[in-house]
Design a protein around this ligand. Structure first.
Ligand code: PM9
Length: 458
């Protein structure tokens, strides 16, 4: 008797890219050359690449066909208007400024709204987002609930804002010093954890009373919409499309890296309702990105993103996308391997502190674990701990509670067999954890150090 019906991917594979398996000796050499930083490996030396879901997804036949319809006029490309219509329909914002990727939008927004001495509260920092806020003279203040910093706290919405923390910041610095509240949905650094609709609405109500704007980081907002549908009873019967629109309605605009949810290899945008801010952004974009109807992208990229929006909002797509991440996470939990729970939307996060209790945080447990995974199987992952957190303005290391390694799943790229190989590699590294020593940082760049820092074995 069939007791269970499984889901499967709502697509079949029509084009493939060969992978190369290396020997352990080759990987040891490549890792030393890369200074034990997985960002510095050549992708030819990687077998399964779970570094990021950013720009790494497989586009559909419709998106590739759209690329051939790129209108490469310098100004007023028809693909811009297709993207504008898709953003208005699915995100609900009035105005669109395309950018080359998410940080281009963050740069515009931070430059326009933040003044030196300002404070930007947000539900956990994100690397590029905070860097742009600080570069504009602002200070980021974390207002996420405490449980988000605990890998094992089992809550459905670990991305929620602690409203009391937000209120306390407003009381302490005054509304005039808060240009906007920055809300991520889902929260990347917390493990891809969603924010609930009720919480988002409450943030809107509280900030509106003080005349403070809310900007969403909508990079993975569609994944957040899926979690709201699955976990928030009030929205169980709503479509993802309805949920996304409602989420955006509680904000004044969003920054977007289209390289995640929107299934493209490059692209992003700033979308917003306020005409004055839009005018400034439309003016500033020509300095940094390109004309306001292309923002650093080719017409074909705009078209691929417009088509990606309508594919990504499909529920069969999202069930398979998040289902794959859950599959890996659940298998690791069954094996007793410490991961951030619940399993997030875009990635499984390994708890490196629990892997290597013998290491101090400044011996870089997560950087070490990412290196060990690569050595074991050619699996590439990303550190999300003390290296990513960087330093504060006085030069002290931020010491985040979460010391994680992210296994990030590109959309529509890997099969269940790749997932099984991944799980087996994590298991092998877990079994060999006791003898592992840490790393020493031997080169530290000034900005976003995790991208280019170099290490050697202790
Ligand atoms: N996220 C990621 O791998 C790309 C490299 S790590 C900095 O997760 C959020 C929530 C992101 C994000 C990028 C950006 C910046 C903004 N917000 O990479 O500039 O996850 O398109 O987007 C990465 P861009």
């Amino acid at each position: 008797m069939v007791t269970k019906r499984s889901w499967a991917e709502p697509f079949k594979i029509k084009m493939v890219e060969p992978l190369r398996m290396t020997t352990r000796e080759e990987r040891e050499k490549a890792l030393v050359e890369a200074g034990f930083n997985t960002f510095l490996l050549r992708s030819d030396d990687v077998y399964i690449d779970l570094l990021t879901d950013s720009g790494t997804s497989a586009m559909s036949d419709s998106q590739w066909a759209g690329m051939m319809l790129g209108d490469e006029a310098y100004a007023g490309s028809r693909n811009f208007f297709n993207l504008e219509a898709a953003v208005q329909k699915h995100y609900g914002y009035k105005h669109l400024v395309p950018t080359h990727q998410g940080r281009g939008a963050e740069h515009l927004l931070s430059s326009i709204l933040i003044k030196p001495g300002d404070v930007v509260p947000g539900n956990m920092y994100f690397t590029t987002t905070r860097a742009h806020q600080e570069r504009a003279g602002g200070a980021f203040v974390d207002i996420i609930i405490d449980q988000a910093h605990d890998p094992s706290a089992l809550l459905p919405f670990k991305g929620n804002v602690d409203l009391a923390k937000l209120e306390a910041v407003i009381t302490r610095v005054g509304a005039k010093k808060i240009p906007y509240v920055s809300i991520a949905a889902t929260v990347n650094m917390a493990g891809g954890q969603p924010i609930s609709m009720a919480n988002l609405k409450a943030v809107r109500e509280l900030t509106q009373r003080h005349g403070i704007r809310v900007f969403l980081d909508a990079t993975r907002a569609m994944e957040n919409a899926w979690f709201i549908q699955q976990r928030e009873a009030s929205h169980a019967n709503k479509s993802m499309a309805e949920i996304l629109l409602e989420m955006c309605s509680y904000s004044d605009g969003c920054t977007m890296s289209g390289k995640k949810d929107l299934l493209v290899n490059i692209g992003g945008f700033l979308a917003l309702n306020d005409w004055d801010v839009f005018e400034e952004a439309r003016n500033l974009v020509v300095l940094f990105e390109g004309l306001h109807t292309y923002g650093g992208l080719a017409g074909r990229d705009l078209e691929a993103m417009a088509r990606g929006i309508s594919e990504a909002i499909r529920e069969d797509h999202m069930r398979a996308r998040i289902g794959q991440v859950e599959y890996v996470g659940d298998r690791l939990i069954e094996l007793g391997i410490p991961v951030v729970r619940p399993i997030g939307g875009h990635a499984v996060f390994l708890d490196a502190r629990a892997f290597y209790p013998q290491l101090e945080q400044l011996q870089f447990p997560a950087q070490t674990l990412a290196a060990e995974l690569y050595l074991d199987s050619g699996l590439r992952t990303m550190e999300r701990g003390v290296v990513s957190a960087g330093r504060d303005k006085d030069g002290h290391n931020h010491l985040p509670k979460l010391e994680l390694v992210r296994l990030t799943f590109p959309r529509r790229v890997y099969t269940q067999a790749h997932c099984d190989v991944t799980v087996e590699s994590v298991q092998a590294v877990w079994e060999n954890r006791a003898s592992v020593r840490g790393l020493e940082m031997i080169y530290e760049p000034k900005h976003l150090r995790f991208f280019q820092a170099r290490f050697k074995r202790l």
